[in-house]
Structures are given as structure tokens and as C-alpha cells.
Design a binder for this molecule. Structure first.
Ligand code: ADP
Ligand code: MG
Length: 240
């Protein structure tokens, strides 16, 4: 579904991504771990054209999205993104937040988008919050709404950038549970996370990024229990 080939990204003369290649296949749940500042967000954002690569190529469903002639908005319709800070629109109700993209991108009529929003809110157990503004919600509720908003476009893949890092500890579980449900349903996902237990449980593959490179890539049990790379061993000794 996504092919990353020799991806490099520099900000000025600071090279953040130094040549990453990997493939995300349909149904994959890939966890991305690594120390703060190693380029996890930059890598994830590149897959959604939020960062323009300095070199290399990213192909999404056969389309080279680094090509200047590609309609980035069409690509983004297929790629749902969830951020650490929720990024809900504060001046819109929960339901309006969820309806916005499908209507604006003319994927659905207002009526269809409203039905879809209600379905999604029911599914995440927040139907009673449809007409509430984001400021009235807890962090866990906001993040579940942000996930619902991304799902409203029926994306082929979901990218999560530390979806639980901004949450109070007691709200982490409800968000991870929702992501786990999506994984169980076969949603293709790439998740940057500091939740190692979650990564181990939900991912079929884990990428360890450090110093702008994938230092190790493996099935979770193998990667967490038999790390080969010295940096990964050091990282795990600090976080586990
Ligand atoms: P991570 O998500 O792993 O913590 P990031 O991808 O956010 O790391 O950042 C990697 C490095 O790139 C950091 O040193 C960060 O300061 C730098 N960086 C990220 N975005 C920008 C930007 N827009 N301009 C300049 N430097 C950036
Ligand atoms: Mg980050």
C-alpha cells in the first residue's frame, strides 16, 4: 500500500531522515518507536505529504506522491491522520468536526455525512456528545472524536502520531482500545507510540528509528525480546 524508498529529509542543513526504505502492506499494523527527536513524526508526516522529502520516493497505492503533479488532497482523502494534540476545530460541534471533510471534499452530501457521523459516534460510545463543542470534552473523548473524524473519510490507512502522549494516564486505555479495535478489523495503520506494551500487543511489525534511520525492523516479540541493534538495546533498557 505504501512504499518508502530511500527517504531523506533535511531542515536546512540538519538531516533528520537519512535514507529510510520500508513497505506498508494492506492490513499491516506497524508501530514506530525510537527516542525523542529521531525523526518519527517527520517520517510519518512525509507519508501524508505534510513534509516534502529532500530525496527518495513514496508510493501510495501505486501513485508516486512525491511527484509534483500529484493532487495531494486526493491522496490525503485516503490517508487518515491523528495527531498528539487532537487538532479538533474548536468553533465546531463534535458532529460538525466529523462531517467537515467528507462534505468539503464532496465525498458525501450533508445528509450522508450526518448519518456517517452518527454511526461513528455510536460506535465510539459518544453519541450524546454530537452537539457538544470540543472544549467541553475530556482528552480521551477528544482523541476518540479525532479518530472518528479521520474515519469519516473511509481512509485506506490511518497514521497515528503519539495518539496518547497528551492524555492523562487514566484516558490512555480508552484510546488504545479504539485503535486496537480498528486493528482487529483489518485497518492498515502506522502508529508512532511510546506505549511499548501496546506496540507489542497490536503491531505485526515494529520499526525502531534512531538517528534518522531504521536501525531494526521486526515482529514485536522478536524485536522486544531479542533486540540485536545496540541502540535498540539501550533504548529498551530505558523505556521497559
Ligand atoms: P520525533 O517525532 O522522533 O520526536 P521529529 O520528526 O519531530 O522527531 O523531529 C526530528 C528532528 O527534526 C528534531 O531535531 C526536530 O527539531 C527537527 N524538526 C522537525 N520538524 C522541523 C521543522 N519544521 N523545522 C526544523 N526542524 C524540524
Ligand atoms: Mg514526534
Amino acid at each position: 500500500m505504501i512504499q518508502v524508498e530511500n527517504l531523506e529529509k533535511s531542515f536546512g542543513d540538519h538531516q533528520v531522515i537519512k535514507g529510510i526504505s520500508t513497505t506498508i502492506s494492506r492490513g499491516d499494523v506497524v508501530a514506530v518507536i525510537g527516542p525523542s527527536g529521531c525523526g518519527k513524526s517527520t517520517f510519518l508526516r512525509s507519508m501524508n505529504c505534510l513534509e516534502e522529502p529532500t530525496a527518495g520516493r513514496i508510493t501510495f497505492e501505486g501513485t508516486d506522491i512525491t511527484d509534483e503533479d500529484v493532487d495531494i488532497n486526493l491522496v490525503r482523502e485516503k490517508i487518515g491522520m491523528v495527531f498528539q494534540q487532537f487538532n479538533l476545530f474548536p468553533n465546531m460541534t463534535v458532529k460538525e468536526n466529523i462531517m467537515l471533510a467528507p462534505v468539503k471534499r464532496k465525498k458525501m452530501t450533508k445528509e450522508e455525512a450526518a448519518v456517517k457521523a452518527e454511526e461513528l459516534l455510536n460506535r465510539i460510545g459518544l453519541a450524546d456528545k454530537a452537539d457538544t463543542y470540543p472544549a467541553m470534552l475530556s482528552g480521551g473523548q477528544k482523541q476518540r472524536i479525532a479518530i472518528a473524524r479521520a474515519l469519516a473519510m473511509n481512509p485506506d490507512v490511518m497514521l497515528f502520531d503519539e495518539p496518547t502522549s497528551a492524555l492523562d494516564p487514566e484516558m490512555v486505555g480508552e484510546v488504545l482500545a479504539l485503535i486496537k479495535e480498528l486493528a482487529a478489523e483489518g485497518m492498515t495503520m502506522v502508529i508512532v507510540t511510546h506505549e511499548m506494551g501496546f506496540a507489542k500487543e497490536v503491531a505485526n511489525r515494529v520499526l525502531f528509528l534512531s538517528d534518522g534511520l531504521i536501525q531494526e525492523e521486526n515482529a514485536p516479540v522478536e524485536l522486544f525480546e531479542h533486540p540485536k541493534n545496540a541502540r535498540l538495546q539501550d533504548f529498551l533498557s530505558k523505556v521497559l
